[in-house]
Design a protein around this ligand. Structure first.
Ligand SMILES: Nc1ncnc2c1ncn2[C@@H]1O[C@H](COP(=O)(O)O)[C@@H](O)[C@H]1OP(=O)(O)O
Ligand SMILES: [Mg+2]
Ligand SMILES: [Mg+2]
Ligand SMILES: [Mg+2]
Length: 311
């Protein structure tokens, strides 16, 4: 039955299930208490959770979809050792499997897809105990464009029938919409969400010009986009290099499926083909709808745009 479901939909349904498993790895590493922190660069860390969650996601997706290009944040070893068999998730989310695939994506083949994996977005926050900010991101791009994505929150708590359940998984597919949470309209006043761990003078300048009623400083690109989708903030502004394609592919796809927009600070779309440069050099500007995105873009002064473009 599932072989009649278009590839993009099947891959999204598999990604939901795989992200859930990766989220459990993220929780297990934390509860064992041995984070195995490695410093990759300035303000740039990796933990055992980043490494293991990525191995799980890539091994599980590659086993089922061998011709995909999968690009993950963390370096892969030359000869990756086999992963535990219970990481090789083969389940696929039933609700997603039932979605209608956009007409132009129905014939897409594995070779046409690039999957961008951020096994743990918000590593700084993970190591500092801001666990709600942590997400697992799987973005699916076709012809350089993010068309579908998964944002999994390993530490989101819900009570179901008196029992605590950890984790939730938000997904989006172009034209089909979003699921896994309850969307909410934007707040009445302009509330901005931005970095808490990677600020600098340019980032602060772009915040000042927005005239916002409130600025929320939280970790991770995934979590900030969730804040937009849940009506906690109106606009996400980050006028700095630092984010990479795996940070924005899934959030951009989910946000777009909900009617929002994510671009760089100049208002240009990033491209997500396999050979693109990984850094998002010209920052991030996102909003829950196109009007708010236009408004925020109109507030960014030309010299700030030039400063980022010439970096
Ligand atoms: N200067 C930077 N160095 C490394 N990663 C960065 C940097 N700035 C942003 N990022 C990545 O983008 C995400 C969003 O940024 P921020 O939280 O500062 O708004 C971070 O969680 C981090 O992803 P990751 O945690 O996956 O390495
Ligand atoms: Mg990182
Ligand atoms: Mg990230
Ligand atoms: Mg990461």
């Amino acid at each position: 039955m599932s072989s009649t479901v278009p590839l993009v939909v099947r891959l999204l349904a598999s990604s939901v299930s795989v992200a859930n498993r990766a989220g459990k790895i993220v929780r297990d590493v934390m509860s064992k208490g041995e984070l195995g922190i490695v410093e990759k660069g300035k303000d740039d860390y990796q933990t055992e959770a980043d490494r293991s969650a990525q191995k799980c996601i890539i091994a599980a997706l590659a086993a089922q979809y061998p011709k995909l290009s999968i690009i993950g944040e963390e370096d892969r070893e030359e000869n990756e050792p086999e992963v535990p068999s219970d990481w090789l998730v083969v389940d696929a989310d039933k609700e997603v499997l039932a979605l209608t695939c956009p007409a132009d994506l129905q014939g897409v083949k594995e070779e046409d897809i690039v999957v961008w994996v951020d096994p743990l977005d918000g590593t700084s926050e993970y190591t500092q105990g801001f666990l709600e900010h942590v997400t697992v991101l799987i973005g699916i791009s076709v012809n350089e464009e993010p068309v579908a994505g998964v944002i999994h929150q390993p530490y989101y708590k819900t009570m179901i029938g008196g029992e605590k359940k950890m984790g939730r998984t938000i997904w989006g597919l172009r034209e089909a919409g979003v699921g896994g949470f309850t969307p909410a309209p934007p707040p009445d006043s302009l509330i901005i969400t931005t970095t808490r761990s990677h600020s600098n003078p340019l980032v602060e300048k772009a915040l000042q010009v927005m005239n916002a009623s409130q600025i929320l400083r939280v970790g991770g690109a995934g979590y900030k986009v969730l804040q937009l989708l849940e009506g906690k903030a109106s606009v996400y502004v980050f006028a700095s290099p630092g984010c990479k394609k795996w940070d924005t592919c899934a959030p951009e796809a989910v946000l777009a499926a909900a009617g929002g927009k994510l671009t760089d600070i100049l208002g240009n779309n990033y491209k997500y083909g396999a050979s693109v440069g990984k850094p998002n050099k010209t920052g991030v500007l996102a909003a829950v709808n196109h009007d708010l995105h236009n408004y925020a873009l109109s507030r960014i002064p030309q010299e700030l745009k030039e400063a980022l473009a010439n970096k």
